[in-house]
Design a protein around this ligand. Structure first.
Ligand SMILES: C[S@@+](CC[C@H](N)C(=O)[O-])C[C@H]1O[C@@H](n2cnc3c(N)ncnc32)[C@H](O)[C@@H]1O
Length: 266
């Protein structure tokens, strides 16, 4: 049996009771921390609370050579992921591989950033379009710095359709955790190059450390980058599309957006 367990948003205490019981009953406990990360804990603290040794897997152990899956043929194996196990991950691939190997699977869900953002921002879930991730710039084989333009295109498409965009920020071993300020700078860099004006007068919403006692939510104009100094990671960005009055009111009253946002409704 292979059980996928979502750990929730911030620390070792965010796992559900059902998830905790499944970990405690497991023969082998694996974890990946490359799609998301629990900033408020360590693997040692998780091991202490769960009473189990945890084996950390790297991306290649999950996506290329998941040899450890063999163990789930005869043993009770759990696989831990930050947030919800299937939200904005490719772990359905593992589940399909397990199915092909004759291994039974089940899911135990965790709180996800993909739903936490609605409550924290006041934006309504059914008014979001396609989500996107912003990667750190990379250096091409010719030695040029490359800034990916796909996030800009996705935001543009959503804005043209009045929809909000949820923007996941890159996590990688070389650069660490991208901040909202870095993400906005990259989007403004693409804007500068393409001159399409989508970020002009555009509001952005930055959220940091969802699920913690120090959660921070800030709405302001996207080009006012200084306003988005949100402190420690993890962070996520929302580019809102057409706002309903209640959404605008929530941004002003709960996220410190400029009062001007309400003037459109007067
Ligand atoms: C690829 S998504 C994976 C989502 C995860 N499976 C879940 O359900 O929450 C990870 C990205 O979401 C954002 N994120 C995840 N947890 C967060 C948190 N607690 N606070 C703010 N942003 C978070 C960060 O931008 C991070 O790089």
């Amino acid at each position: 049996m292979l059980t996928f367990i979502g750990l929730g948003l911030f620390d070792e205490q965010d796992i559900s009771l059902k998830g905790l019981q499944a970990v405690q009953a497991a023969d082998l406990v694996y974890l990946e921390f490359y799609t998301s990360y629990l900033m408020g804990t360590t693997i040692e603290k998780m091991e202490e609370l769960y009473g189990k040794q945890i084996i950390r897997l790297m991306r290649e152990d999950v996506e290329q050579n998941p040899e450890w899956l063999e163990n789930a043929k005869t043993q009770n194996v759990v696989f831990l992921t930050g947030g919800d196990t299937m939200a904005s991950t490719t772990h359905v691939d593992l589940r399909i591989r397990a199915k092909d190997m004759g291994i039974e699977t089940r899911l135990i869900h965790g709180a996800s950033i993909t739903s936490a953002v609605f409550g924290l921002s006041g934006l309504q879930n059914y008014r979001f379009g396609k989500s996107v991730s912003i990667p750190f710039p990379y250096v091409s084989s010719r030695g040029n710095r490359v800034v990916t333009e796909t996030p800009y295109d996705t935001i543009k498409f959503n804005l043209e359709n009045g929809l909000h965009t949820l923007v996941f920020l890159d996590i990688n071993s070389e650069h660490g955790y991208m901040t909202v300020q870095e993400a906005l700078s990259l989007l403004l860099e693409v804007e500068e190059k393409r001159q399409e004006g989508i970020m002009e007068y555009q509001i952005a919403i930055g959220i940091a450390r969802a699920g913690s006692d120090t959660v921070s939510v800030k709405a302001d104009f996207a080009n006012n980058i200084d306003a988005f100094d949100l402190g420690e990671p993890l962070q996520i960005l929302i580019i809102p599309g057409k706002l309903h009055f209640i959404e605008a009111e929530a941004l002003v009253k709960l996220a410190g957006a400029p009062n001007r946002l309400l003037e459109d409704f007067e």
